[in-house]
Design a protein around this ligand. Structure first.
Ligand code: IPE
Ligand code: IPE
Ligand code: MG
Length: 245
C-alpha cells in the first residue's frame, strides 16, 4: 500500500496518452475493437480515481488527428464508443461535479458527436470539480498552426501589433487556454513518444512511460504514477536551493 499523497505533492494537471488497446486485444486473440471497449472501462476507473484523489485537471488523449489514417471500421468503432460513453457516463460526471471539455478540431467529427460535445460542455460549464478534458481529433501541431494563423490574420488586418505577441498571448489561443500546463504526462504501453499530444503545453511536464497497456491501467497504476511524480525534482531551468553555493 502506498501512503496517501498530500495535495501539495499532487500534480495539478495529469495528461494521459491512453495507448495499447490494440495490443491488449491481440494478446487475448480478440478484435482490436474489444481492446477499445476495455479501454473505455479503464477511462471510467481512472476518472473515478482522479475525482477521489482530488485531482484538479485530467486530460485524456482519446483520438488523434492522425488516427483518421486507421481502417474505417476501427474509426467507426471508436466513434461509437465515444457516443456510448457520453450517453452512459454524463450523468455520473455531472453528479461528481466534473467539468467536461473536448479539445480538438471538431469540424471533422459527425454532427451528432459535435452536438454531444457541446451538450456535455454546457451541462458541466458551471461545475467546480475535476476538469476532465478529452483530446479528441486532437493534434498538437495543428493546434499550434491554427493559433499562429489566427494571430497572423489579426496582424494582417491591423488588429494586432506583432511585437505584442508573447508566449502567454500565444498560449491563450490554444484549446487549453483555460487549463494549467500539464505537470505529468503519462503514456501507457511502452511507447516512448508524444505522438503529437500537447506539444506546446508539455514544455516542462514530467514524462512517465509505463509498460502497462491502457486497458490494464486503473486506480492503482494512477496512484503509482502520482507517487513517481512526487519523487521527481523539477527545476524549470533554474537551480534548486541546495545547489546554490
Ligand atoms: C490507443 O490504443 C487508442 C487509440 C489510439 C484510439 P491503440 O489502438 O493505439 O492500441 P495499440 O497501440 O495498437 O496497441
Ligand atoms: C496516440 O496513440 C493517440 C492516442 C492515444 C489517442 P497512437 O497509437 O495513435 O500513436 P502512434 O501511432 O503509436 O504514435
Ligand atoms: Mg497505439
Amino acid at each position: 500500500m502506498l501512503n496517501a499523497l498530500s495535495k501539495a505533492q499532487l500534480p495539478r494537471h495529469v495528461a494521459i496518452i491512453m495507448d495499447g488497446n490494440g495490443r491488449w486485444a491481440r494478446k487475448r486473440h480478440l478484435p482490436r475493437e474489444a481492446g477499445h471497449v476495455a479501454g473505455v472501462a479503464a477511462v471510467r476507473e481512472v476518472v473515478r480515481a482522479a475525482v477521489d484523489l482530488g485531482l484538479e485537471n485530467l486530460t485524456l488523449f482519446a483520438f488523434s488527428s492522425e488516427n483518421w489514417k486507421r481502417p474505417k471500421t476501427e474509426i467507426g468503432a471508436l466513434m461509437a464508443l465515444f457516443r456510448a460513453f457520453f450517453r452512459s457516463d454524463m450523468d455520473e460526471l455531472v453528479a461528481k461535479g466534473a467539468r467536461v471539455r473536448i479539445i480538438g478540431h471538431r469540424g471533422r467529427v459527425a454532427g451528432d458527436i459535435q452536438a454531444m460535445i457541446e451538450d456535455a460542455e454546457t451541462r458541466t460549464a458551471g461545475n467546480k470539480g475535476l476538469n476532465l478534458t478529452f483530446a479528441f481529433d486532437y493534434g498538437g501541431q495543428e493546434e499550434i498552426t491554427n493559433a499562429a494563423r489566427e494571430l497572423a490574420r489579426a496582424a494582417a488586418e491591423g488588429r494586432l501589433d506583432p511585437e505584442t505577441i508573447t508566449t502567454e498571448l500565444f498560449a491563450a489561443r490554444l484549446f487549453t487556454s483555460a487549463l494549467p500546463e500539464p505537470d505529468l504526462v503519462i503514456r501507457t504501453s511502452g511507447e516512448h513518444r508524444l505522438s503529437n499530444f500537447l506539444l506546446w503545453q508539455s514544455a516542462y511536464a514530467e514524462l512517465l512511460f509505463v509498460e502497462t497497456l491502457w486497458p490494464d491501467f486503473g486506480r492503482e497504476a494512477l496512484t503509482q504514477a502520482l507517487h513517481s511524480f512526487a519523487a521527481r525534482e523539477r527545476r524549470f531551468g533554474a537551480l534548486n536551493s541546495d545547489a546554490v553555493a
